[in-house]
Design a protein around this ligand. Structure first.
Ligand code: GLU
Length: 466
C-alpha cells in the first residue's frame, strides 16, 4: 500500500505553530515511508475562507521547505462530489433532513438527559410535505448503547459511547457540506492512507468513522498528536505573542531551525536535539510521537536557532541576511556596505538566534538602517574630550590597519597617557557603533577600514576642541 498523507488547513487565519507541526509530521511520515505528502486547502466555508489567506498559508509551507507531491487540492472544487455523497447517505437512510429551528433545538436539548447528545425529532419521520422549508441534513447516529472503537497510532485503542455523539450536520441549509462530510469524501478520493492531526479533532474522527462505515469505505489510519501548550500550561494561542509562523519569519528565524524545533515538539529520536530535515526523515516514526502535551519553550527555540545559524557557512548567512534586509526591512545595501557586513558576520553568528538579531547587531554598519526600538547612544562631553586627543593621534599614524596593530596602538596610548583600556575602548565603541555592546571594537575598526572609522569619529568627536 502506498503511504499517502495530507495537510488540510482551513484558510481562516495565519498558519500557527500547531498547524505547521501537523504539516511537518505528515510530511516526515510520508517521506520516511517513501510515500506521498499532499496539500488540500479546505475552503468550503465560503464566508470564512479567504484567497489571500490560503496564499499566505501556501507561502509559509513553502518557506519551511515542505514540498507536496501532487497538485494542491482546493476543497471548493469538490462540491459536487460532496453533494453526491450526501444524496447517497440520504437515499440509504444514513442521513435525514432536519427541519428543527433553533428554538426547537433548544427545547429538545433541555429534555435530553445531559450525558446524551442531541437526537433530532426528524430522524424517524418521512415528511415529504416539508420539502420547501429550510432544513439542514444530519447524519443519523445509530441509536444504540453500543460504542465505536478504533485504534489510534499514538493513543492506542480508543472507544466512544455513541450516545455522546449528536446527530451531526453534514449539509448546511444552503446545501453546502460541512467539514465532517467533506473531509471523508476528499480523504477517500485522494486515497489518504494516514490522517495525522491534532488531538482536538478526536470527536470529529468518531463522526468521520461513522460516515466511513455508512459508505462502506476503507478507513485511513488515524494518529492524533497531543496539543502544544504555552509556558503556563494553556493551549498556545495568539495571545502568547509569537504563535504564528509569520511572527518567526518576520524575526528572521531560519526555516531549518523552526523545522528542527517543531519536530522536537512532541517527537523524539534517541536524544537527538539538533538535526536537519533529511535526518528527521530518516529517523521519523509515528511511534516516536509522545502521548503527553508539548510545551512551547522559546528559550529552547532560541538555542536551537543559534546553533543552526552558527552551523551554516558565513556566505550562506550573508545571502539570507541580504534577502531578509530587503524583504523585511526594505533596505537595499550598497556593495561596500554588503562587503563590510560579510566581513562582520563571523564576529556575530555565534551569538545570534535570528537574522533579525544579526541585523540589529550590525545595523551600525548599514547606512540608513535604523536600530529597532533603539536610539544610538551619544557620547558624554567628557568622553568626547578624552577621545579627541586619541583621534588626533590615530589619524596621524601610518600603522597597518588591522585588529592586532590597533589593539597594540590603544594599549600603548593608554600606558603613555595613564588610561585604563576601557576608558578609551568604551567611548570609542560608542562613537563608532552608537552602542555600548558590540563585538571587539578593534575588529570593527579593521572591517570599516581607516577612512570610514575616521569619518565616524570625526562626526562624533571632531567638533570638540578642548
Ligand atoms: N481543515 C481542518 C483544520 O484546519 C483539517 C483537519 C483535518 O486534518 O482533518 O483543522
Amino acid at each position: 500500500m502506498e503511504i499517502r498523507t495530507r495537510f488540510a488547513p482551513s484558510p481562516t487565519g495565519d498558519l500557527h505553530l500547531g498547524g505547521a507541526r501537523t504539516a511537518l509530521f505528515n510530511y516526515l511520515f510520508a517521506k520516511s515511508m517513501k510515500g506521498k505528502f499532499l496539500l488540500r486547502i479546505e475552503d468550503t466555508d465560503l464566508k470564512r475562507s479567504d484567497k489571500t489567506l490560503s496564499d499566505k498559508i501556501i507561502d509559509d509551507i513553502k518557506w519551511l521547505n515542505i514540498t507536496w507531491d501532487e497538485e494542491i487540492v482546493f476543497q471548493r472544487q469538490n462540491l459536487n462530489e460532496h453533494k453526491r455523497t450526501i444524496d447517497l447517505l440520504l437515499e440509504k437512510g444514513f442521513a435525514f433532513k432536519c427541519y428543527s429551528n433553533k428554538q426547537d433545538l433548544r427545547k429538545s436539548n433541555i429534555n435530553e438527559v445531559p450525558a446524551n447528545a442531541f437526537r433530532s425529532p426528524w430522524r424517524e419521520r418521512i415528511l415529504n410535505e416539508e420539502r420547501s422549508k429550510p432544513h439542514v441534513i444530519r447524519f443519523k447516529v445509530p441509536n444504540s448503547s453500543s460504542k465505536i472503537s478504533f485504534s489510534d497510532k499514538i493513543r492506542g485503542e480508543l472507544s466512544w459511547d455513541l450516545s455522546t455523539i449528536e446527530d451531526f450536520v453534514i449539509a448546511r441549509s444552503d446545501g453546502s457540506s460541512t467539514y465532517n462530510l467533506a473531509v471523508v469524501v476528499d480523504d477517500h478520493n485522494m486515497q489518504i492512507s494516514h490522517v495525522i492531526r491534532g488531538e482536538d479533532h478526536l470527536t470529529n474522527t468518531v463522526k468521520q468513522l461513522l460516515v466511513y462505515q455508512a459508505l462502506n469505505w476503507e478507513t485511513p489510519v488515524f494518529a492524533h498528536i497531543p496539543l502544544i501548550y504555552n509556558e503556563s500550561g494553556e493551549k498556545l494561542s495568539k495571545r502568547d505573542g509569537r504563535s504564528n509562523l509569520l511572527d518567526f519569519k518576520k524575526e528572521g528565524f531560519l526555516p531549518d531551525a523552526i523545522l528542527n524545533y517543531l519536530a522536537r515538539l512532541g517527537w523524539s529520536y534517541k536524544d537527538e536535539e539538533f538535526f536537519n530535515l533529511d535526518q528527521a526523515i530518516s529517523w521519523f516514526t509515528l511511534e516516536g510521537i509522545g502521548k503527553s502535551p508539548s510545551r512551547f519553550d522559546i528559550k529552547k527555540l532560541l538555542n536551537i536557532s543559534k546553533k543552526h545559524i552558527a552551523s551554516k557557512p558565513v556566505n550562506e548567512i550573508h545571502k539570507s541576511l541580504l534577502k531578509y534586509t530587503k524583504s523585511h526591512k526594505n533596505i537595499n545595501l550598497s556593495e561596500s556596505c554588503s562587503n563590510d557586513l560579510r566581513r562582520f558576520l563571523p564576529l556575530v553568528v555565534g551569538r545570534c538566534s535570528s537574522l533579525g538579531e544579526i541585523f540589529n547587531a550590525s545595523s551600525f554598519l548599514l547606512e540608513g538602517a535604523q536600530l529597532e526600538n533603539k536610539e544610538p547612544i551619544l557620547l558624554e562631553h567628557e568622553d568626547k574630550k578624552i577621545l579627541f586627543d586619541f583621534v588626533m593621534k590615530i589619524k596621524s599614524t601610518s600603522l597597518t590597519w588591522d585588529h592586532e596593530n590597533l589593539n597594540e596602538f590603544i594599549n600603548i596610548y593608554c600606558q603613555e597617557n595613564n588610561f585604563k583600556y576601557r576608558e578609551i575602548g568604551v567611548p570609542l565603541r560608542i562613537a563608532i557603533t552608537g552602542s555600548t555592546t558590540s563585538p571587539s571594537i578593534v575588529h570593527i575598526m579593521e572591517i570599516l577600514g581607516k577612512q570610514k572609522t575616521l569619518d565616524r569619529l570625526n562626526i562624533n568627536v571632531g567638533s570638540i576642541k578642548n
